[in-house]
Design a protein around this ligand. Sequence first.
Ligand SMILES: [Zn+2]
Length: 123
Amino acid sequence: MNTERIEILANVSDDRRSEGHIIIQHFNKAEKTRTAIKKLALFWGIALVSVLIPVFHFVLVPLFFFLGFYFAHRGYKSDGLVLSGATTCPHCQNPVEIKKAQLNWPLSEICQNCARVVRIEKK
Ligand SMILES: [Zn+2]
């Protein structure tokens, strides 16, 4: 698996910074395309089922149709997957665990101790 460790800096929208790291998995073009198609299929599947719901289908069908495009595009733009990571909250020094997510800079996590939004950027 094509993984990489990246050093990061966390901030809570002020001058304080704390260090940390994340482990990411890079996607190649084929994997990106496959993920995008899966997302598209999922949302268009929901759109198709929504056709059967009276009245609401006027809203739901186009909604899921466009959501499919939106998430597929987002997934395609993403550079990979964050597998795991760790940093500390710049405000309260509490350890912040970075959960598995799509890699779109900047990342954000909520500090479990002080409930601040911790922004995570490349060092
Ligand atoms: Zn905190």
